[in-house]
Design a protein around this ligand. Structure first.
Ligand SMILES: [Zn+2]
Length: 240
């Protein structure tokens, strides 16, 4: 199976919080989209690995994902080491995404920046034929693949975006995918300990961030991205 767009997250819910609107838009246009969660989120204060898994499955249905895979790297200790890079290369070569979305290279949670660097390095190295990888034991070696473009989604830290995607038409569905992670966010009935992301203000912040990103580009709601490669367009009329 080949994917058009593949988003990587350090923890289940990172992609939903940051670029699920962008994925929804492409899925509705008939493009195939997927998510790779790098860890199970086993260090999360609320819920556990099983509830996270169930929440991720619920969200995957809302987003219409073709693929969702968890690489089960260690939560809190993501590194761009050789085994982790090879694990990401295997995914890239298997699903051959044209566009990869990765975590911001600098963010509040240290895993996010490290995950961003891990995916960035793997996107380059996946194109080198002499790095040999296999999808399944007994199969032939995978073909090299380098995604056409790689962008980092803006998550917690307010970074200046290089471009903004208009997610106004899918904002409600985007929020449903976020709220699928019910144990993580505000629930007045929950007895679990409060965390940074379980306050009502955090959810309000999700709306106001989308408003702020959208406003910069003239949309009601937006998702912001940074990119190291200059983003080009075929027609000047495609720019807002
Ligand atoms: Zn995270």
């Amino acid at each position: 199976m080949k994917l058009d767009v593949l988003a990587f997250g350090a923890h289940p819910d990172d992609v939903e919080l940051s670029c699920s609107g962008t994925l929804l838009l492409e899925q509705k246009r008939g493009h195939s989209v997927g998510i790779v969660d790098l860890t199970l989120g086993e260090l999360g204060t609320r819920g556990d690995v099983e509830t996270r898994r169930a929440e991720a499955e619920k969200s995957s249905v809302i987003l219409g994902l073709s693929v969702r895979i968890n690489l089960e790297l260690p939560d809190g200790f993501i590194q761009a080491d050789r085994p982790s890079i090879l694990a990401v290369i295997r995914i890239l070569r298997q699903f051959r995404p044209d566009v990869v979305l990765a975590p911001a290279l600098e963010d509040r949670h240290p895993d996010h920046g490290r995950a961003g660097n891990l995916v960035t390095e793997a996107c380059f190295l996946a194109g080198l034929a002499r790095i040999e990888t296999y999808w399944q034991p007994g199969e032939g070696p995978q073909q090299p693949w380098r995604p056409r473009s790689l962008h980092q989604y803006i998550q917690d830290r307010l970074l200046k975006p290089d471009f903004v995607v208009d997610i106004t038409s899918v904002m409600d569905q985007r929020m449903q995918s976020i709220l699928a992670f019910g144990t993580q966010f505000y629930d007045p009935a929950a007895e679990a300990p409060n965390t940074y992301i379980s306050s009502p203000e955090f959810l309000e912040g999700i709306y106001s961030r989308a408003r702020e990103m959208g406003r910069m580009a003239g949309f009601a709601y937006g998702e912001g991205f940074t990119t190291r490669k200059v983003a080009g367009v075929k027609s000047i009329l495609d720019l807002f």
